[in-house]
Design a protein around this ligand. Sequence first.
Ligand code: GLU
Length: 302
Amino acid sequence: MTTRPVLRFAPSPNGELHLGHALSALVGFDMAERLGGRFLVRIEDIDTTRCREEYVSQIFDDLAWLGITWEEPVLRQSEHFTTYGKAADWLLKLGLLYPCFATRSEISEATETAPTPPALDPDGTPLYPGLHKHLPKEEIAARLSRDEPFALRFHMDRALDALEGITGKRRISFRELDEQGRAETIEMDPADWGDAVIVRKDVPASYHLAVTVDDGRQGVTHVTRGRDLYAATSLHRLLQVILGLPEPIYHHHRLLTDADGHKLSKSAGDTSLRQLREKGMSKLQIRQRVGLPPQNVEGNLS
Ligand code: GLU
């Protein structure tokens, strides 16, 4: 029996969707249609302080207006912290995570006073300077007993040892489809991220952990998303290998930029899908604006 491809659009409801999201959702939906696959929408709302309920319903309105259909029920990450917690417990048991109690300002101070400036991660943030990497057991216990909040960070060297134990290599690879649908094998070094945060201080998950666990358990076969998340794929693949999750194929699509060449942001009012919808734009016009051809499914053009 052949299994149908599974694709997804995974927005965070922390602002209005804009044209960049329309491109992302449509790229995934069109590919699902082409492959005869299933299409899922996943609400990535682990950031419970920034995400808002009104944005969730607006996401569904915007997507329906774009002519997108998806399977129900929709997975909402905020309802699955226990599942992410189990994955984190497993990584802890393997000795691949350690608690970091350091505050943001302690980390930036350590970064600024380091004898040599730390390298930057692919997002341009200085790598974690290792502040709490080697805390004595007693100090960890004391801080825990005082209920000090902590994040859990990847012990990257050990994670790479684990990767090498499983795959025989310390680099990670994945299959990436280009705009023409040609597959290429990409190799990346997860160490580029240093001791990345796998469980945040404020919520019991992180984007990297939740996205990996969910893509795995939802059986996502093709991850389509923007180029801004391309580099993060090394961390996701590393987590997949260690957690024994299946490997999807990736397609990181081009990003839309504003007149100054910056990536569109949620505050970019004039590109908000709600506003464009209320102005009476059609879904065909949206497809044109984001540079996609009219949908080739009969009867689906407005
Ligand atoms: N939730 C992420 C975002 O809104 C996308 C996650 C993904 O597609 O991997 O940027």
